[in-house]
Ligand binder design. Sequence first.
Ligand code: UD1
Length: 428
Amino acid sequence: MDKLIMQGGQPLSGTIPISGAKNAALPLMTASLLTSEPLILRHVPHLADITTLAEVLGEHGAELSLHGHGEGGETGRVLSITTPRITNAVAPYELVRKMRASILVLGPLLARHGEAKVSLPGGCAIGTRPVDLHLKALEQLGATITLEGGYIHARADNGLRGAHIRFPAISVGATENLLMAASLAEGETILENAAREPEIADLAACLNAMGADIRGAGSETITVSGTTRLRGADHRVIPDRIETGTYALAAAATGGDVTLTGTRPELIDSLTELMQQAGVAVTVEKDSMRVCRDPDRPMEGVDMMTQPYPGFPTDLQAQFMACMATAQGAAMISETIFENRFMHVPELMRMGANINLHGGTALVRGVKQLTGAPVMATDLRASVSLVIAGLIAKGETEINRVYHLDRGYERIEDKLSACGASIRRERV
Ligand code: UD1
């Protein structure tokens, strides 16, 4: 298992190119199952989660080909996926357990093939994360769902039919699964209380290019007029707003000056506002942003609460906490999306942070300095918060179980080293 060795104390300075969004690319890849024609996705990040999902799609009969960087002036990779027919409707436990997002094959398989058997994802480090919202909504489209031997077995022998669905709670994945299923259902589907994340609008744009008729994606009510057949398309994945926010926070934490390029700053307005309140200078252009802080003026402690988009993303909570660990004053950080997303807290405390946890709220009292320590990565975003802590800590930090980081951050050590960080990977 690889580890990262870091020496803290260098302000980051330079330019970081932002990759395509993992959380947009994953549902887009599963949308390829809805058609027999090729779906070409551009600006796909090179990440372990993408490889895992490619394996899942391969199980169902998809043929995938990946082209390298820089083709046609593009950054990222170009992924072409063609599924002439669904050869097997089973998404096995060995693959689904590696990545929950595999549940996103359920809607497409059911809609095109009339049957899907997907392993229940099971518990995961950041909470129980059930899939009940996906299943109930698919039942409303006419699917029959049973749970057998740890698998979700969904059938729609006579096809899916449009319905008026009001989600009892907001779920990104359930909204995506339903968008894909409803695109091939008979008649109209209305989704109320839908998630508004930018990745949903990106998926809808791709589905529309494939011949679907989706209106209102990005708002809380989405209308889908079903069609009998979807075609191939050529789609560019949106930039990763979480990667953007992570490096913005890393720059702010170190008192650096970093420009993030190839991004869409308006997708993280909630973060920009908080950083400005904390005394960080943020300059926003159309497709880049510059984040800069005077190293002699620590960030101010500011309170934050995670919320569905356009609120502050839960996927940036851990990174924000790492910044607040050395802020001037205190910060109250409330997590409202996942019930157990504070695994980074004990690790940050081992590096000298002063944090008190009360249920879903963490009170962070800023300390003058963190100190390097050997720490353990537990999940994707928790791991990267330890990288931020390692950048500002005095001395050496060793981060173990780096495979969590490789699930979601493309070439993290290269991107940070290019801005002056002392960080290297040791292959164990
Ligand atoms: C997606 C993102 C993840 C992000 C999360 C919230 C992807 C691949 N992953 O995950 O990075 O942290 O959105 O922004 O895009 N829930 C239920 N029942 C369900 C589904 C969800 O109770 O059937 C709960 C979850 O446990 C959680 C909340 O709803 O508490 C939000 O989860 P959801 O929006 O579904 O997250 P994901 O789509 O899994």
